[in-house]
Design a protein around this ligand. Sequence first.
Ligand code: F6R
Length: 242
Amino acid sequence: MKLVRCESYEDMSARAAEAIAGTVRLKPDCVLGLATGSTPLGLYEELAARYEAGELSFAAVRTVNLDEYVGLGPDHPQSYRYFMDKNLFSRVDIDPANTHLPDGLAPDPDAEAGRYEELLEALGGVDLQVLGLGHNGHIGFNEPDSVFPVRTHLTRLSDSTVRANARFFTSPQEVPRRAFTMGVGSIMRARRILLLVSGGSKAEILRDVLTGQADPRLPASALLLHRHVTVMADRDALRCLP
Ligand code: F6R
C-alpha cells in the first residue's frame, strides 16, 4: 500500500486526476471504477478541466460505479446516476452507453445485483477503482459486518450512513435505506485501487484502517490485502497518523 500525503483537498484532487489521466493515456479503453459523494467532486472537476483543455479524452473509456440507491431513478437528483451525469459524464466526451451503474429501479433486485457482477466480468475487470472512505470505514456501501461481502449485492444502510448522507436530502426520512453495492470481493478484483480521504472527520477512521489488520468490522481494511492500493489523503485526514 502506498500512502501519498497531500497538502490539501485541491492537491489530492489534482494528484488523483493525474493518476486517472495516466491510466486513460496508457489504455484509452480502460475500465474506471468510480465513486460518488463529496470526496471525488474535486477530482471530477479536474478531469472535466483536462478534457476541456484538450489534454484528455474519455471517448473509449468505460466506467462502472460502486453503488446506487434502491428506489431512485436517473432523474432523481440524489440518485448516483444523476450525480455522475451532472458532475462528470455530461462534461466530458464519454459515450453514455459506456457508463454503468446498478439500476435503482430494477424490478428484481437480486437479478440486478447478479447482472451487475456479470457486467464487471464481461468488461474484463476494473483497471483503476476510485474509492472514498465512510466515517464507519465502509467502502462502496459495504457496511461494518461479520464477513466481507464478496459480490455485488443489495444492502441495508447503517443508521450512521443514513445520518451522514442525510445532508444531501431534505430530511433523513427521505434517505433510501437500501442500496446496491459492489461487494468487497468485487472491489478487490480491481487491478489498481485509489482510496481518497479528505478532512479531519476521517482522520481517526483512516488511522484505524491503516494501522490495523483486515477485519470486516472495518470494511476498508480489506484493502491492506490488495497488491496495488494507493491512498491519497490530505493533511487534515492524516492528522492522527505519525
Ligand atoms: C460513494 C460510496 C461511499 C462514499 C463514502 C464517503 O459512491 O461508495 O462509500 O465514498 O461514503 O463519502 P463522502 O466522500 O461523501 O465522505
